[in-house]
Design a protein around this ligand. Structure first.
Ligand SMILES: Cc1cc2nc3c(=O)[nH]c(=O)nc-3n(C[C@H](O)[C@H](O)[C@H](O)COP(=O)(O)O)c2cc1C
Length: 313
């Protein structure tokens, strides 16, 4: 069976520059869900929004935009603006567990109020020009909301539902609840996408034996090892020298995009160091070099340090 692999949205990391550079240098992802845009009446007017989603200068990796909102009017406004810009589907974020989002009853915060989720869909879906998909967790404190919501979601036309089988309280730690995920499959007539802790091809094979799914979403596993989606799909062993040179091209492309669009040099460094938080795992045995990259405060020194790490497989 052909597996569709989706790059997970990771705010601060998988922006347009990252997704394009990924598609140019690695194989395996069919499309991505973009990190969320917080919907507000003015959001679609901002430069950042236009730059990220302007299809006249498209991202090389096909992308589904994601919206964070608990206000159906704002959601419809942004979703329809995205449709007009050329996007057929938007994703609704019901998973973000960060307190700043949750406290405003957005993202996973909404999972505490399933009736609000249903009324949001009742009000917004008839007004939407595009299709909607959902990304969610099992519940807030306990794995419960999803079992109430999935049967009700069956009454709505929903393109796909990505389930990260953790509660919001777990954030990104603790084990994923595969038994609860299995139960979700029985409750939904929609296409369900698995997302959570896919970190190796062999572990993916195990998961795919248990769950007969077409679509899988991968975040941190691919950020730490960008060859992972290709390893899952093709099982190709790429020589380490080639891996390093592709990682360097990938890195340099992101660096050059940030250098072109961000004026403040400290901000460029911060963004690149954010990338190394994950990419560093690929260079596990190079702790000293990684530390030096983390410490750099000038772009020149940063480039020297990265040159060293990429040139010594
Ligand atoms: C730093 C960070 C930023 C994230 N940003 C988003 C986001 O904007 N939208 C979203 O739906 N999920 C977001 N997530 C969650 C991921 O998309 C994904 O669901 C989670 O990391 C679990 O998948 P993984 O184990 O494959 O990484 C974020 C996660 C992290 C760690």
């Amino acid at each position: 069976m052909h597996n569709t692999l989706i790059l997970a949205p990771m705010r601060g990391i998988t922006d347009k520059a990252y997704r394009s550079a990924f598609a140019r240098n690695f194989n395996g992802f069919d499309y991505a869900v973009a990190p969320f845009v917080a919907a507000s009446a003015s959001a679609n007017m901002t430069n950042k929004f236009l730059r990220e989603f302007d299809l006249r200068n498209p991202c090389l990796m096909p992308t589904v935009p994601q919206i964070l909102s608990n206000n159906h009017e704002d959601f419809v406004l942004i979703a329809n603006a995205l449709y007009d810009a050329g996007y057929k589907t938007v994703n609704w974020n019901l998973g973000c567990p960060f307190p700043m989002v949750v406290n405003k009853n957005k993202g996973s915060g909404l999972l505490r109020y399933p009736h609000l989720i249903i009324s949001f869909l009742e009000k917004s879906i008839p007004l939407l020009k595009c299709k909607v998909s959902i990304k969610m967790r099992l519940g807030f404190d306990a794995p419960d909301a999803v079992f109430q919501l999935l049967p009700e979601f069956n009454n709505f036309p929903i393109e796909e539902i990505v389930i990260h089988p953790r509660t919001a309280k777990q954030m990104y730690t603790g084990i994923t609840d595969l038994d609860s995920f299995e139960k979700c499959l029985e409750l939904s007539k929609h296409e369900i996408v698995f997302n959570g802790d896919i970190i190796s091809a062999s572990q993916f094979q195990e998961l795919s034996k248990r769950f007969k799914l077409k679509k899988w979403m991968i975040g941190r596993g691919a950020l730490r090892n960008p060859f992972l989606p290709d390893e899952i799909k093709c099982g190709n062993e790429i020589p380490i020298e080639e891996k390093y040179s592709r990682l360097k091209l990938f890195h340099d492309e992101i660096f050059s995009e940030y250098s072109n669009k961000i004026e403040n040099k400290t901000h460029i460094l911060d963004r690149m160091k954010g990338q190394w938080f994950y990419l560093g795992s690929f260079f596990e045995n190079r702790k000293k070099e990684l530390k030096r990259i983390k410490k750099t405060s000038s772009l020149k020194k940063y480039l020297e340090e990265t040159e060293i790490i990429f040139s010594n497989p």
